[in-house]
Design a protein around this ligand. Structure first.
Ligand SMILES: [Mn+2]
Length: 375
C-alpha cells in the first residue's frame, strides 16, 4: 500500500513537471506573473495579498521623522486620520484608514474609463501611514493632525518641475479631520473652494450643534466647515453635492450655510440634472479657483455604504459618485479626503471600504491628471 502510493506520488510529480503552460503576452500589474522559459518562480513582483497593507500597495514612508532625516521624496501622500470622537451618531471611523486600506488591495492597472494608471505616472505616491493622534482629548488630537498635515506638505516634492508642494489625500476619520487639512492647504495655497460631497451640510454654527455645552464640544463633524469659514480658510465659491439630511432650524441653518460660502446640489437634483448637469454646475461654481475635494462616504446611499457615522437614506450609488468625480478632471485639486468610514458597520463583503478605496483612487486620478504648481 505504502509502496503503491509512493510510486503514484513520483508518477504525479513527473507528470506535473511535464505540464507546459503557454506564455501569456500581456503587461503585468501587481497580479500574477507568468513563468519565463527558465521556470523561475517570482516572489519579487507584488500581488494583491502580499506584503503589509498600505493603500493600494504603495510604498510606506515614515513622513513624520525630523527635518534633515533622509526621506524618500514624494508628490502625493496618503495619510490616515484615525479620529472619531467628533461624531454625533455612530462612532467607529477611527478604524476607517485601516478599513479603506484593506478595501484598496485590489486597486491596480489602467482605468477603463480614463485610460490612466495613477500608480505608473509622473507622480510618486506614498502611504505615510496614520497620524499619531491621542484618543481621549479632541483638542490635542486635532493639533496633532494639524501638525501632521503641515509636516507632510512641507517636504520637498519629488517631481519639482510639475509641483513643488506635495498634495495629501486623507483617509478619515470622522469629518472633523477635514479642518486640519484645510488649515494646512490654506498655508500652502491660500483660501480654496471646497467641493463637499455629503448628505449633511456640516456648516452648523457651533452654537446650534454641540457648542451650547462647551467650546470643546462645538468642534465636531457637523461644524468644521463653519469653523473653516470663520478662520478664512475657504472661498465663498464652495459647493455641497448630495445633500439630503434635515437641518436643525427652519431657516437659520441654510442662511448660515450661504454665509459660509456654499451653494447646494441636493441628492435628488441628480435625477433632474443628470451626471453631466451636476458636473457642469460644480465646475461653474468653483470657476478657476483651486479646489479641495472632501467626500463624506455618507453621500452614498446606505445600500452602497452602510458603514458610516450618520447614514441617510436616498443617496447616490457608487457608480454615480465615481462618474461625477472622474468628470471633475481638469480642476486644480490641491487636497482631498474620504472620511466617515466606520468599518464595524460594514457588510461581510466590505461594501463600504471597497467603495471608499475606489473614491480615493479617483481622487488620486484627479491629482495626477492635473499637476498644480504652488505660487
Ligand atoms: Mn460630513
Amino acid at each position: 500500500m505504502y509502496t503503491v502510493s509512493l510510486i503514484s506520488f513520483f508518477l504525479s510529480a513527473v507528470i506535473a513537471r511535464e505540464i507546459v503552460f503557454p506564455r501569456i503576452a500581456a503587461i503585468q500589474g501587481s497580479g500574477q506573473v507568468p513563468l519565463g522559459n527558465d521556470n523561475i518562480v517570482d516572489i519579487v513582483t507584488d500581488s494583491q495579498f502580499s506584503g503589509l497593507t498600505t493603500f493600494a500597495h504603495l510604498p510606506y514612508v515614515n513622513c513624520f521623522v525630523d527635518d534633515g532625516t533622509d526621506l524618500t521624496p514624494y508628490d502625493i501622500a496618503i495619510l490616515g486620520a484615525p479620529f472619531d470622537t467628533g461624531v454625533t451618531a455612530r462612532p467607529g471611523a477611527r478604524y476607517g484608514p485601516g478599513g479603506i486600506r484593506l478595501g484598496s488591495r485590489r486597486l491596480e492597472g489602467w482605468s477603463i474609463y480614463t485610460g490612466m494608471n495613477v500608480f505608473e505616472s509622473w507622480a510618486r505616491i506614498v502611504d505615510c501611514g496614520d497620524a499619531p493622534l491621542t484618543w481621549l482629548d479632541n483638542t490635542v488630537a486635532l493639533k496633532q493632525l494639524d501638525l501632521a498635515h503641515k509636516v507632510i506638505s512641507s517636504r520637498p516634492a519629488n517631481t519639482t518641475y510639475l509641483g513643488r508642494t506635495p498634495r495629501v489625500v486623507t483617509l478619515g476619520g470622522d469629518h472633523t479631520t477635514t479642518l486640519s487639512a484645510l488649515r494646512s492647504t490654506y498655508e500652502k495655497w491660500g483660501p480654496v473652494s471646497v467641493i463637499h460631497f455629503d448628505s449633511h451640510i456640516d456648516t452648523w454654527d457651533p452654537k446650534v450643534l454641540g457648542g451650547g455645552i462647551s467650546h470643546y464640544a462645538g468642534v465636531n463633524h457637523g461644524t468644521f466647515l463653519h469653523i473653516a469659514h470663520e478662520e478664512g480658510l475657504i472661498r465663498n465659491t464652495s459647493v455641497h453635492v448630495g445633500i439630503r439630511a434635515p437641518v436643525n432650524r427652519p431657516k437659520g441653518d441654510l442662511r448660515n450655510d450661504i454665509r459660509c460660502g456654499f451653494e447646494m446640489i441636493k441628492a435628488r437634483d441628480l435625477d433632474s440634472l443628470g451626471i453631466n448637469g451636476v458636473v457642469e454646475e460644480i465646475k461653474r461654481r468653483v470657476g478657476d479657483s483651486k479646489v479641495y475635494i472632501s467626500v463624506d462616504i455618507d453621500v452614498l446611499d446606505p445600500a452602497f455604504a452602510p458603514a458610516t457615522g450618520t447614514a441617510e437614506p436616498g443617496g447616490f450609488s457608487t457608480r454615480e459618485l465615481l462618474s461625477i468625480l472622474d468628470a471633475l478632471n481638469g480642476l486644480p485639486v490641491i487636497g482631498a479626503d474620504v472620511v466617515e468610514v466606520a468599518p464595524i458597520y460594514d457588510t461581510a463583503a466590505e461594501t463600504t471600504t471597497l467603495a471608499a478605496a475606489e473614491v480615493a483612487h479617483s481622487l488620486l486620478y484627479l491629482m495626477v491628471a492635473t499637476p498644480v504648481m504652488s505660487e
